[in-house]
Ligand binder design. Structure first.
Ligand SMILES: [Zn+2]
Length: 337
């Protein structure tokens, strides 16, 4: 049985992992350098990254392969190592997961190409699909349980990626990254993602990265409202809000904040919850505790989100207030039980 199905049978709520990039920088990866070569040159560091999250309680870990497509690797003259780097990424995560003594899912991380599909850019949809297919071949060979498209911002590129990954007999999950306007960089709203992805065969769907944890919750609520089937919802928020300090980005989220975010993400309808940029092992440990103790409650409203995890951007406020009638209706009906 596939480990993703297995864990969903074992647990009501599944805890994903935290940041890859932020934690690798802490281990010495230089800004601007690609993390994927570390799957071969720094195996111990990548193993320690996965082991840290598994020890903190993660049920699902993402491979170190986010930028492992030929378009991204070409920027570092590594485009002929796509298969090898992705296979290595999957094998390290597989080894840690299989040694955990409990079910841990290995998700093969696939990020965007960084190019735009024509007419916005020079890449054709077929070139995108071919690149994603090449990357997926390596991840599948290395033993991933699920293919995990993340931080996507263009519906066209997401569809090109799905066309590539659906050729493999493995479940597919996808998350998009929404910014302060409540949309992706290419203008996709959470509601549109939910509607347009119906029928694409995704097993899980949701949001990751973007701005802060509060904004991600607004996106999850919007996806939940607009979904008509039983696709699993995924929330993988940044650890608080990114802030510039002395020329580098730091994340403001505390362990308490990420624990609150985990509670609210579950109440918003997510079943797989994790952290994105800035999320450390300690944050994941706090989220594990929160999720183990969680009691399902009402869909959170704007005020509850802002009080517990921080201020919402204007775009997220519009998403929540534009639909406030729906929120009130649900809250009333819950109280009458
Ligand atoms: Zn992120």
């Amino acid at each position: 049985m596939n480990n993703l199905f297995k864990i969903l049978g074992e647990k009501q709520y599944v805890l994903a992992d935290g940041a890859t990039g932020t934690n690798l920088f802490a281990m010495g990866l230089e800004a601007g350098d690609p993390p994927e070569p570390w799957n071969i040159s720094h195996v111990d560091c990548i193993r320690a990254l996965h082991q840290g999250f598994v020890d903190a309680g993660s049920d699902l870990i993402l491979t170190n392969s986010f930028g492992g497509n030929s378009f991204r690797l070409k920027l570092h003259n590594l485009e002929d190592q796509v298969f090898e780097l992705n296979k290595a990424a999957a094998m390290i995560a597989r080894e840690v997961a299989d040694g955990a003594g409990r079910t841990v899912v290995v998700a093969g991380s696939i990020g965007p190409t960084g190019e735009m599909i024509e007419p916005h850019g020079l890449m054709t949809a077929k070139q995108a699909t071919d690149a994603f297919k090449e990357q997926t071949e390596g991840l599948v060979e290395g033993g991933v349980d699920v293919l995990w498209l993340e931080t996507m911002y263009s519906m066209e590129e997401l569809e090109a990626a799905i066309e590539a990954v659906e050729q493999f007999d493995i479940p597919v999950c996808a998350t998009m990254s929404f910014d302060t306007a409540g949309k992706t960089m290419m203008g996709v709203t959470p509601a549109e993602l939910a509607k347009r992805s119906q029928g694409l065969g995704l097993f899980g769907l949701g949001g990751n990265c973007g701005v802060g944890a509060a904004d991600l919750l607004a996106a999850i609520i919007d996806i939940n409202r607009n979904m008509t089937d039983d696709t699993i919802i995924i929330a993988k928020a940044n650890c608080g809000i990114p802030e510039f300090h002395d020329g580098s980005i730091v994340y403001s989220g505390t362990e308490e904040l990420m624990a609150e975010y985990a509670h609210l993400a579950l109440n918003s309808g997510a079943r797989i919850v994790g952290g994105c940029c800035g999320t450390s092992f300690d944050h994941i440990r706090a989220m594990r505790k929160a999720m183990d103790e969680h009691e399902m409650n009402d869909l959170p409203n704007l005020q509850e989100i802002e009080e517990n995890v921080g201020e919402l951007s204007a775009g997220s406020k519009a998403i929540l207030t534009g639909q406030s009638a729906t929120v009130k209706k649900q809250r009333r009906s819950r109280r009458t039980r």
